[in-house]
Design a protein around this ligand. Structure first.
Ligand code: SF4
Length: 295
């Protein structure tokens, strides 16, 4: 079995910077991470072990007990920042600059009188942060969700990790279903997402199967899997090398490897090495330290 790596994959600068800021915190026991710092369980566990308090994404309405609150790379609404600050919390803000750009675009459209449509995933923390500052909006996940809007001016933006093709399809459908409206589109997909999406498309033309490494609730990781699904290429979504299904993978001659933007380099390396071991003729494969097959 041969393994080919995607030309762009893994952690983006936004996630790396958020982790760097968190690692520089001197007294982690005074800090609550406001949701999942990144959608990666190994990274989260590491920070918990260092003494950080954590708040599940679904519990962010609760007020943290600690004096400091760390805002994750996914960002929050200005309303949420104000709520925390008014409660006396000091904020450590790791919001990615490219998420801030999406917020600016949304507020700009609202200020110009547009009904704001976000091409993104319902309930995702980035989207929750965006809608927290909007009076009138709609979140559209797929072209099938598009409807006719009563508003004369429709402004469309994207969650930073929405695949470019999906965004184009949603925009086209909104234009088709709302033919007489003034429509303004601001493309707010981040560059790392574009690069990883383009790289996986190229890779899918060369492989029989794809291994995608990333958190199960990572939006951009899911979209990488979806590319394989669209092309009819079998894919395996794993969080680390322990999730590899060796028997299934051995059915393929050429396997591609890619990873979501919240996947640490060490995790990708672990999966890569396990795939390389698997690719060696069976009698030459080391028996010790071999990853156990998983689901
Ligand atoms: S995926 Fe894009 S928007 Fe999100 S943290 Fe990375 S660079 Fe920033």
């Amino acid at each position: 079995m041969k393994v080919i790596l995607a030309s762009h994959m893994g952690m983006c600068f936004g996630v790396k910077d958020a982790i760097g800021i968190t690692e520089s915190v001197k007294e982690p026991e005074l800090v609550t991470i406001h949701g999942e710092l990144v959608h990666n369980s190994s990274v989260q566990e590491r920070f918990k072990e260092q003494g950080f308090h954590t708040l599940h994404e679904s519990a962010r309405a609760e007020l943290p007990q600690s004096p400091f609150v760390l805002i994750t790379a996914h960002g929050v609404s200005n309303a949420e920042r104000a709520r925390l600050a008014d409660s006396g919390k000091q904020l450590i803000d790791t919001t990615c600059p490219l998420v801030r750009r999406v917020h600016r675009a949304a507020l700009h459209l609202q200020a110009e009188g547009f009904f704001v449509v976000i091409a993104g995933r319902h309930g995702h923390v980035e989207v929750e942060g965006l809608i927290g500052d909007l009076r009138d909006y709609e979140v559209i996940q797929s072209p099938g969700d598009v409807r006719g809007f009563a508003h004369q001016k429709i402004g469309i933006i994207s969650q930073s990790t929405t695949p470019p093709l999906l965004f184009d399809e949603i925009c086209a459908e909104i234009r088709r279903v709302n033919p007489d409206r003034e429509i303004k589109v601001i493309d707010t997909i981040c560059a790392p997402t574009r690069e990883r999406q383009a790289a996986v498309k190229e890779l899918l033309g060369k492989v029989d199967a794809l291994v995608v490494v990333g958190g199960m609730n990572s939006n951009n990781t899911r979209h990488l899997c979806h590319q394989a699904e669209l092309r009819g290429v079998p894919f395996y979504h794993v969080q680390d090398e322990h999730g590899l299904d060796e028997d299934a993978l051995l059915q393929h001659e050429v396997v591609g490897l890619t990873a979501g933007t919240s996947t640490p380099d060490a995790t990708i390396e672990g999966v890569h090495k396990a795939l390389q071991r698997l690719g060696k003729p069976r009698q030459h494969r080391p028996q010790e330290g071999k990853a156990s097959p998983g689901g």
